[in-house]
Design a binder for this molecule. Structure first.
Ligand code: FAD
Ligand code: SIN
Length: 524
C-alpha cells in the first residue's frame, strides 16, 4: 500500500494548479497526482478562447462580469460564489503569469482581450487559440520541477476508499481514505491512501459521442462520488457549444472558438441568412444555450446537419494570427476561411453541474474535495458563461489549498481495505464494451440533447436501466480494464443527467424540455 499526503485525481488545470500550491507549501510531504492517460491529456489542453477576468477596471468592472455570469446562469447561480470567483480571479491570473503562462499582448504591451458570447466587454485573456495547451505546458513544467510531486500517468482511479461503506452508514457522510487505482500498464489495482483526496477529473462529453471533449472525458470523478453517496447537483445542465466543426466522422469534434464570433464572424443558414438576428438582440454573441438552440432549430428546419460560420468579411491575415490552429484545421479540410463558409454544428461541451462543493471545495464527504469541471460550485447555474471554467478551476484550486493551510494536513490511522479481486473470466471483450458505448451515445444524443421531452427522457431511463444492469454483470465477472470502468461511469453520469432532467419542472438556461414553458428564443 502506498501513502500520500494529498491524492489528486486528474492532471488538468484544476489538479495541476492545486498540486503545485500544495507541494510548494508542504515541501516535506508527498503530493500524488494520478491521471489516466498521458499527463497532458485533458479538456484543459484543448481550451481555445481563454480565461475570463477583469484585469483592468478602466472600461470593464467586477460588477459587469458578475452581471454577465448571473444572466448566462439564468437565475440558477449562487450570487455569493459568482462574486467571490470574479473578484479572486485577477490574482489567480497574475499567479499563472508568474508561473510562465504567456497571454497575448497588443503592440502597447497591454493584454489583448477577446470577447465571447454573453460577455458585455472584452475580458478574455488568451494565448492565440491555444490557451489551454499553453496553460497545461506551463503547469506541467512547474510540476516536474517540484521533487515532492509524484505524477503517475496511465493510472486509472477506479473507486474511492471510504471509511465505512455508504450502504452501512447512516445519513452521515463517510470519510474518504484514498482511492483504488488501476495501473493501466501492469493491470494491478492498488489502494492509494491519502490524508485528503481531490477529484479533478474534468467533464463527461464523451457520453454524447458528438463532443468537443477528448476521449478521457467520461465523468469518472462524478460517477465515483455518486457511488460514494456524495451529493451531486444540476446534472441536467449540459452545455452544447454552438460551433463545433462539422465533419461526418470526426470524434471528438474540433472546436471553432466562440472568440471567432467575438472577432466578428456571422452564423448563416443554408439560404445565407444571419438567423441569429431574429433570435436575440446580441445575435451571434448571445449566450451559448440560446445560440445552440437556434442552430438546432435551423438544422431541423433545413434537414441538413449543419449551419455555416462566415468569416469571409474578416481580415484574413489577422484571423490567421489570432486563430492559427483553427485556420490550419480548416485548411486541412480544404476550407479557405477567406472564401468559404465553415460548416458548424453544436456539440456537447461542458457539464455545468457535478459534485456539490462548498466555497472551500469540500464535498459532502469528509476529506474529499472536488475541483474544476467535475465540481458544482454554484458559479455557472444553468449555463456557464464562456471562459469562466478555467477561472473557476484556478480560484477553487487556490481555495482548497488555503483550506489545507488553515487545517494543516491530517494523517490517517485507519488501514483501508484492499481491493477485492473476485474477477474470474479475464477482460470483457473490447468490441462488446465499444458497442455498449455507442448505444449509450446514440441514446444520449437522441433523448437527452439540446431539446428534450419528458417522453424521450423516460424512455431513455428505461433503456439505461438495462444497459446498466448488463454492465454491472460484466463488472462483477471480468478483470477490470479502463474501458469497462469508463463504460460503467458513463452509464452512471448519463443516469444522473436523465434523472435530474426528469426532476426539473421548468426550462432554465441549458435545460430545455418541449413539455414545459413557452420560452423560445425569439426577439418578437
Ligand atoms: P480536465 O482538464 O478535463 O482534466 C481532467 C483530468 O482528469 C485529465 O487529466 C483526465 O485524464 C483525468 N482523469 C479523468 N478521469 C480519471 C480517472 N478515472 N483516473 C485518473 N485520471 C482521470 N474553458 C474556458 O474557461 N475557456 C476556454 O477557452 C475553454 N475552451 C474549451 C475548449 C474545448 C475544446 C473544451 C473541450 C473545453 C473548453 N473549456 C474552456 C472548458 C475547460 O477547458 C474545462 O472545463 C477545464 O479545462 C476543466 O479542467 P479540469 O482540470 O477540471 O479537467
Ligand atoms: C471557446 O473558445 O469557444 C470555448 C470557450 C469556453 O468553453 O469557455
Amino acid at each position: 500500500m502506498k501513502e500520500s499526503q494529498c491524492l489528486i485525481i486528474g492532471s488538468g488545470v484544476a489538479g495541476l494548479t492545486l498540486a503545485i500550491k500544495m507541494a510548494e507549501a508542504f515541501p516535506k510531504r508527498i503530493i500524488t497526482i494520478v491521471t489516466k492517460a498521458h499527463e497532458s491529456e485533458s479538456n484543459t489542453k484543448y481550451a481555445q478562447g481563454g480565461v475570463a477576468s477583469v484585469i483592468s477596471e478602466k472600461k470593464d468592472s467586477f460588477q459587469k462580469h458578475i452581471a454577465d455570469t448571473l444572466l448566462a446562469g439564468d437565475g440558477m447561480c449562487d450570487p455569493n460564489i459568482v462574486e467571490m470567483v470574479v473578484k479572486e480571479g485577477p490574482e489567480r491570473l497574475r499567479e499563472l503569469i508568474e508561473w510562465g503562462v504567456r497571454f497575448d499582448k497588443d503592440l502597447h504591451g497591454n493584454f489583448s482581450l477577446g470577447r465571447e458570447g454573453g460577455h458585455s466587454e472584452y475580458r478574455v485573456l488568451h494565448h492565440k487559440d491555444a490557451t489551454g495547451s499553453e496553460i497545461e505546458r506551463a503547469l506541467l513544467q512547474r510540476v516536474h520541477a517540484l521533487d515532492n510531486i509524484e505524477l503517475l500517468s496511465h493510472h486509472f482511479a477506479v473507486d474511492l476508499i471510504l471509511e465505512s461503506h455508504p450502504l452501512h452508514a447512516s445519513n452521515t457522510p463517510s470519510a474518504c481514505l484514498g482511492a483504488y487505482v488501476l495501473d493501466q500498464i501492469s493491470g494491478e489495482i492498488c489502494a492509494l491512501r491519502a490524508a485528503s483526496v481531490v477529484l479533478a477529473t474534468g467533464g463527461l462529453g464523451r457520453i454524447y459521442g458528438h463532443t468537443t471533449n477528448p476521449m478521457v472525458a467520461t465523468g469518472d470523478g462524478i460517477a465515483m462520488a455518486y457511488r460514494a453517496n456524495a451529493r451531486i447537483r444540476d446534472m441536467e445542465f449540459i452545455q452544447f457549444h454552438p460551433t463545433a466543426l462539422y465533419e461526418e466522422k470526426e470524434t471528438p469534434s474540433f472546436l471553432i472558438s466562440e472568440a471567432v464570433r467575438g472577432f466578428g464572424a456571422y452564423l448563416r443558414n443554408t439560404n445565407g441568412e444571419r438567423f441569429m438576428l431574429h433570435n436575440h438582440e446580441d445575435a451571434e454573441l448571445a449566450s451559448r444555450d440560446i445560440v445552440a438552440r437556434a442552430i438546432h432549430a435551423e438544422i431541423k428546419k433545413e434537414h441538413i446537419p449543419y449551419v455555416y460560420l462566415d468569416c469571409t468579411h474578416l481580415k484574413t491575415e489577422t484571423f490567421k494570427q489570432k486563430f492559427p490552429t483553427i485556420f490550419t484545421n480548416c485548411s486541412r479540410l480544404g476550407i479557405d476561411v477567406s472564401q468559404d463558409w465553415i460548416p458548424v454544428v453544436p456539440a456537447a461541451h461542458y457539464v455545468c453541474g457535478g459534485i456539490e462543493v462548498d466555497s472551500w471545495g469540500r464535498t459532502s464527504i469528509n476529506n474529499l474535495f472536488a475541483c474544476g469541471e467535475c465540481s458544482r460550485t454554484g458559479l455557472h447555474g444553468a449555463n456557464r458563461l464562456a471562459s469562466n471554467s478555467l477561472l473557476e478551476a484556478l480560484v477553487y484550486a487556490h481555495r482548497i489549498f488555503r483550506y489545507h493551510i488553515k487545517q494543516d494536513l491530517k494523517s490517517i490511522t485507519e488501514e483501508p481495505p484492499q481491493w477485492k479481486q473476485n474477477k474470474k473470466s479475464g477482460p470483457a471483450e473490447e468490441t462488446i464494451l465499444q458497442s455498449k458505448i455507442l448505444e449509450l451515445q446514440q441514446l444520449m444524443r437522441c433523448n437527452a440533447g439540446i431539446v428534450r421531452s419528458t417522453h424521450e427522457l423516460t424512455t431513455a431511463l428505461k433503456m439505461l436501466a438495462m444497459l446498466r444492469a448488463d454492465t454491472e454483470i460484466l463488472f462483477e465477472r471480468h478483470t477490470l480494464t479502463s474501458t469497462l470502468c469508463e463504460l460503467r461511469n458513463m452509464l452512471s453520469v448519463a443516469y444522473l443527467i436523465i434523472d435530474h432532467s426528469l426532476q426539473r419542472t421548468e426550462n432554465k438556461g441549458g435545460y430545455y424540455n418541449i413539455n414545459y414553458s413557452e420560452k423560445i428564443n425569439t426577439l418578437v
